[in-house]
Design a protein around this ligand. Structure first.
Ligand SMILES: Cc1ncc(COP(=O)(O)O)c(C=O)c1O
Length: 404
């Protein structure tokens, strides 16, 4: 008799975005004439930049001839990509990260979810609240989170670090010492960032307590302010305590193309064990490498032409972000984010719950956003709008919200 993995059965309800999609579907069915604008899921809408399309075409052509055909990719990723990542994302910023400390993957979500596998089952996990749900749910699946309290929406064995208006949506050092600390800046969902000095406090704390920080830098390309770090390795001592995860989804529009990477410095140890070697072992066993064609597209991201084209794409989304932020502020909403991130975090009016505001916005403005409570209890009474729509739709959505 076979039994399911009981840890999976602990996961509550349906995934946030399936509920959002279902509610939208039901509304559309009841109001077929409504022109719904989706500013909910963090998916890009602009086409791939020309330099990336060129690189893809060339790489496809290489596959057509025996001399240039490529089969399995190296476990860690092709050197041409790891070298350029090490140069442009790290050395150019004064960070000491070698190509062989970079593991190329098919995106950040898988890495964010899988990285916990190399840690002991009784490791105590700390997350920001609100948080990108993947960090918590994958630790639930691994049996690391204890029991779920439906009333509070929290797990007994997870340390929650509230990120609220009172602390500028930046977590404070937890009272209980964690083993694994998930941080994500610029943040999804709040759009908040922390300064290099603030991040240094976390690095010092992790080194003092023997904890590991898993730093999700998926939105690094959206940073516009000077004192916001692009990488945790800009902080002294981070090589001894931090893993960093990157995505090509938001900086280069690869959400459907799929590419990312994870950095594990060789100095990072758990006990006497180099975590780099554990992740290399895992990668070699469970993963057969991101496709050559896609890694060639990733390489094109770092060319000067690629950088110029992608800067324009990010600027396009950030113009949307400013439209949302300024439009809502002018309409009397309390808003944050949208300066170093493509997310705007707004307080719901009249103390509405996040889901009440979701329904209200869908009904009155035919605009879909994401309820803050879906990201954790401290997200209640907040709402996330994304800058990833088209400019025209964004302008119209804000007009409609202002008229509500
Ligand atoms: C914080 C964060 N990390 C990781 C991801 C996933 O990125 P990828 O598309 O590379 O899997 C997302 C996607 O929305 C995200 O918001």
């Amino acid at each position: 008799m076979v039994w399911p993995n009981e840890d999976y059965l602990k996961l509550p309800g349906s995934y946030l975005f399936s509920t959002v999609a279902r509610k939208q579907r039901e509304f559309s069915a009841a109001h077929p004439e409504a022109k719904i604008i989706r500013l909910s899921i963090g998916d890009v809408t602009q086409p791939l930049a020309p330099v990336i399309i060129d690189a893809l075409h060339k790489a496809v052509d290489e596959m057509a001839s025996a001399e240039t055909f490529k089969g399995y990719a190296p476990d860690l990723g092709y050197e041409f990509l790891r070298n350029v990542i090490s140069e442009k994302d790290y050395k150019a910023r004064g960070c000491d990260i070698a190509p062989d400390e970079i593991f190329v993957s098919d995106g950040a979500k898988g890495d964010c979810g899988n990285i916990q596998e190399i840690f002991a089952k009784d490791c105590k996990v700390a997350v920001c609240d609100p948080v990108y749900p993947v960090y918590v749910d994958t630790n639930v699946m691994a049996g690391r989170t204890g029991t779920y309290d439906e009333k509070t929406g929290t797990w007994s064995d997870v340390i929650y670090m509230p990120c609220t208006a009172a602390n500028g949506f930046a977590p404070e050092l937890p009272r209980e010492v964690p083993d694994l600390i998930y941080l994500c800046f610029p943040n999804n969902p709040t759009g908040a960032t922390i300064t290099k000095d603030q991040l240094q406090v976390w690095v010092d704390y992790a080194n003092k307590e023997g904890a590991v920080i898993i730093y999700d830098a998926a939105y690094e390309a959206y940073i516009s302010e000077e004192n916001v770090p692009h990488s945790i390795y800009e902080c002294e001592g981070a090589r001894e305590c931090a893993i960093e995860i990157h995505s090509f989804s938001k900086n280069a529009g690869f959400t459907g193309v799929r590419l990312g990477y994870t950095v594990i410095p060789k100095d990072l140890k758990a006990g006497n064990v180099q975590l780099h070697s554990l992740w290399a072992r895992r990668h070699g066993t469970k993963y057969n490498g991101a496709p050559y064609i896609i890694q060639k597209a990733g390489e094109a991201v770092y060319t000067s032409e690629g950088q110029a084209q992608l800067k324009e794409q990010v600027a396009y989304y950030m113009k949307n972000a400013a439209t949302i932020r300024e439009g809502l502020a002018a309409a009397g909403y309390t808003v944050s984010g949208g300066v170093n991130a493509p997310y705007i975090w707004l307080q719901t009016p009249n103390n509405m719950t996040s889901w009440e505001f979701f329904d209200y916005l869908l009904e009155k403005a035919n605009v879909v956003g994401t309820p803050g409570s879906g990201f954790g209890p401290s997200g209640e009474h907040y709402f996330r709008l994304t800058a990833f729509g088209s400019y025209e739709n964004t302008v119209e959505a804000i007009e409609r919200i202002r008229r509500m």
